[in-house]
Design a protein. Structure first.
Length: 160
């Protein structure tokens, strides 16, 4: 019969092996791994020791994670810089690394993605008044994490 509560891990070596697998599966933020280790029932000393070993073994790298996160959210979900930055802050990534990660997003690709997002949304908006349509498009693009001034520039330049 399945145990409703997951078994706690008390052996640090077992936890390290499991954490290595957890980090090898996909890029992780330090805070994600730390939370997972606490969830497994480890104590503070053990958690910090395992985090240090994961960093030494190159299983855990905040800069690599931040860049992968930024690229993934931008390419897969079409998120803007603001939303990506918020997501990284929630994962407790340092500001310096957030800045580096956001710099990996190509400016031309960023502009093209914003144009695609707005063009796709335009087809779903029934509003006939140009002012109201632009307002709805701007609100939508801002909810996706794009900067207001950039949205305005794109809307002025296009006939959406």
């Amino acid at each position: 019969m399945d145990d409703p509560k997951p078994r706690k891990i008390t052996d640090e070596k077992v936890a390290l092996a499991k954490a290595e697998h957890y980090c090898a599966y996909q890029e992780r933020a330090q805070q994600e791994v730390r939370d997972k280790l606490y969830e497994w029932g480890l104590w503070t000393d053990g958690v910090e020791n395992i985090i240090a070993q994961l960093i030494t073994g190159n299983y855990l790298n905040e800069e690599r994670f931040a860049k992968a996160y930024a690229q993934g959210k931008f390419r897969q979900k079409g998120w803007g810089r603001i939303k990506i930055k918020q997501g990284l802050k929630l994962k407790k990534v340092p500001d310096v690394l957030i800045k580096k990660a956001l710099q990996t997003i190509d400016a031309d690709d960023y502009l093209q993605t914003l144009q695609k997002v707005l063009a796709k949304k335009t087809s779903t908006i029934k509003e006939t008044t140009t002012y109201k349509r632009h307002y709805k498009l701007q609100q939508y693009a801002m909810s996706r994490g794009y900067e207001a001034d950039l949205i305005n520039d794109v809307l002025k330049a296009s006939d959406l």
